[in-house]
Design a protein around this ligand. Structure first.
Ligand code: CAA
Length: 240
């Protein structure tokens, strides 16, 4: 039986590439999305992958949404926490709302999805969770105290939950992407982005498919010995 994989923020950007990579791996894939209905319909029409709309930052909505997926598609064995937003700005100009929304969605989303799916994975003795962190959660980034804190939190969350899942066959890993050619990175002012790209040793932005390959590796049936790890996919921009 094909295992069910849910990718949050799965209809665009990195999430879309992850959905396609998991489908190619033979998984039954479901994409979650929060707002862009038109894009979600186009995504389903193009890929045949069903979409479920709920805000991963909303605890109740996430529990309900995952229960609906389990009832309509099947028990969820693979979760990719990819949904994320930016509200960039230097601290002295950042509002509490900019802080809170990024924490609620980027970090809270991982907790809410895990609460909805980890107990079932644990009971069934198999599961794969991949959390999409960021180079900016590892190294920090000017103008991103909210995003860097949330992504850094994701890396800690991953290592803690990996310890809880290990003896139940549930692996929990993170990927820390560098700058990838998505809408999120395109929103960085051009002169700022130019300076960032100049510091990437491979000399270019990454592609969403290059992150999706990592997710396919970490969620593979053969991946049972990889847990609590962070895979840095950043073109050499941050090495440690
Ligand atoms: N280090 C030190 N100083 C910096 C700096 C840096 N990295 N970046 C900017 N500054 C300085 C500028 O030189 C400028 O100094 P002066 O006033 O002395 O000239 C000052 O900070 C203000 O810079 P801005 O004009 O850019 O200020 P702003 O308020 O208009 O914008 C900002 C601030 C919103 C943070 C803007 O700089 C920005 O968007 N930066 C990019 C942030 C970024 O990389 N976001 C990543 C988004 S993609 C993503 O997050 C995906 C992922 O996981 C990788």
């Amino acid at each position: 039986m094909s295992r069910v994989a849910v990718v949050t923020g799965g209809t665009r950007g990195i999430g879309q590439a992850i959905c396609l990579a998991l489908k190619a791996q033979g998984r039954t894939v479901v994409a979650n999305y929060a707002g862009n209905e038109e894009k979600a319909h186009a995504f389903t029409a193009e890929t045949g992958i069903p979409t479920y709309r709920f805000d991963v930052g909303d605890h109740e909505a996430t529990i309900k949404g995952c229960a609906q997926i389990a009832a309509e598609v099947g028990e969820i064995d693979i979760v990719v926490n990819n949904a994320g937003i930016t509200r960039d700005g230097v601290l002295h100009k950042m509002s509490f709302d900019d802080w809170n929304e990024v924490m609620r969605i980027n970090l809270g989303g991982c907790f809410n999805m895990a609460k909805a799916t980890f107990p079932g994975m644990r009971e069934r003795g198999w599961g794969r969770i991949v959390n999409i962190g960021s180079i900016n959660g590892q190294a920090g980034q000017y103008g991103q105290v909210n995003y860097a804190a949330a992504k850094s939190g994701i890396h800690g969350f991953t290592k803690a939950l990996a310890q809880e899942g290990a003896k139940y066959g549930v692996t929990v890993n993170a990927i820390a992407p560098g700058y990838i050619d998505t809408d999120m990175v395109a929103a960085v002012p051009a002169p700022v982005l130019e300076k960032i790209v100049a510091k990437i040793p491979v000399g270019r932005l990454g592609h969403a498919e290059e992150i999706a390959r990592g997710v396919a590796f970490l969620t593979a049936d053969e991946g049972g010995f990889v847990t609590g790890s962070t895979m840095s996919l950043n073109g050499g921009q941050h090495m440690y």
